[in-house]
Design a protein around this ligand. Sequence first.
Ligand code: M6R
Length: 626
Amino acid sequence: MGYVGRSSNGKIAGYGALDVVLEGLRRLEYRGYDSAGVAVVADGVISSRKKSGKLNNLLVELEENPLPDSLTGIGHTRWATHGGPSDQNAHPHLADGGKLALIHNGIIENFAELKLELVGKGVTFLSETDTEVAAALLADIFRSKLNGDVSDGGLTRAMQLACQRLEGAFTLLAVHADQPDVVVAARRNSPLVVGLGEGENFLGSDVSGFIDHTRRAVELGQDQIVTITADTVEITDFFGAPAEGKEYHVNWDPESAEKGGFASFMEKEIHDQPDAVAQTLLGRSDIHGRLTLDELRIDVELLKSVNKIIVLACGTSAYAGQVAKYAIEHWCRIPTEVELSHEFRYRDPIVDGNTLVVSISQSGETMDTLMAVRYAKEQGAKTLSICNTNGSTIPRESDAVLYTHAGPEIAVASTKAFLAQITAAYLLGLYLAQLRGNKFQGEIKDILADLGKIPAKIQRILDNEGQIKDLGRSMADAKSVLFLGRHVGFPVAMEGALKLKELAYIHAEGFAAGELKHGPIALIEEGQPVFVVVPSPRGRDSLHSKVVSNIQEVRARGAKTIVIAEEGDEAVKAYAEHVFYIPEAPTLLAPLLATVPLQIFALELAQAKGYDVDQPRNLAKSVTVE
Ligand code: M6R
């Protein structure tokens, strides 16, 4: 966060830089939370406080050691890369004899070489971070190249020169005691947005940092420097040439970024899911069931000529991609591969002008996915982004975008974004089928009608969540939980396992149920909890009976079986310790329902263990480093 305000008496409308920055950090804390720090400029002096641990630790420190009133400030919450999460390694880092403070997201890849050079010049370092190297470099340039002269650009010029020497991915924000009314920032491969106010301006990793104050935001381009004062925003490239950002209106409701009466953001977001799916479907088809995705802004002829689709994503978004594969191949008959972005990027994938690369990302900032998309573009592929964050980097750099409309997702564990991603992927699959004539219009209309019924069905699951909550609480002592599924139930099983790992720190694995007998069944011993996602008995009967056999196999070896099955499926009862019924849905659409009890289970179990479900240990919401 960065802020500059204007006033005659040291405060604007009752608040100062520290209030704005801390409030912004509170909203942005989900991005990283192993330490936090702030710096303000007051009376020509930089004052800074920083503390390891969550933002609350910093707030306690600020109570004990308050900072002076100020109208210029920066603040940071960290997800450690170089150097552990200690007070010392927390940002801001000071340089120029304490006159310059700098915060940083990302990784400076050539920091070791720069550090050697600076040590050679007599600079001493207090932390293990690459950030302190960037601060020292900036200070060195400001002092030795510009002689500390603030009349001709000063800190802005120094930032331009420093960025020319930095390699890697970074967002940097700096303040200097000699330029007390200015925050200078730079971005390369790492997010940064400007918020435009009246007599005040803001900087944030994303707009949630300042939506309480303004809905006017400016997207910065790659390799740009921005200098904000209370009244001005000036953008240049790294060489000082004037540049422009793109202004847009933020339509997120600040309230939707709040908990809305729930105990955690995650619980709220699970309960937002009927709406997330409904909003993602809204306005995308006409009354004849014709999909109207003109917003994609991609040449229709090009989509018709696609002969291969590669879906790229990480984590939960990759599981959404796996569901997409089943649907797209079934509806469009286009071979579809799903690959983890970081694996795709470093092999030698076969991609050409007829390949459509579909990236899926909630944040739109995941570095692994961004790099994979760039690589695919270089290889000539057409790129389409399914994304939840308007104006973020991945959709901006893609040829086309299909936004999910889940609203802001704050909890680190993805829930509503997952269902919205699956929904958007279905829309894409149906749209391709419509364009290419793989399906009759009536068939598409019927599937859309089925999709339209999903939000109410999710709501029914949520209205009856008591049973799964009880089970989650009762299993707080479980050491390991396995999840099995076939077909689209397989990615659901993996997502169920991921939720449990990241929230409750329990060993959990999702397996393709058919794979069990090839090894994992050896894990089954007396009392081992096994969730089984059972497909509809109405659809592909062979699939259903195979999964029922898998339940019997693990049960025969002592497993405690917990089954997610469709209402009316009596066949599973005999083999299940617990059955959770979900409403009927066509097989391909069932993940939108079957996932929900697994999310609630993980949430409850983690809460019963006393863990922070919104900010699990070691994680960050947007993984903006490779
Ligand atoms: O923002 P993205 O969708 O690109 O994020 C991808 C993953 O980092 C994310 O889904 C992660 O796995 C979540 N913590 C899962 O809950």
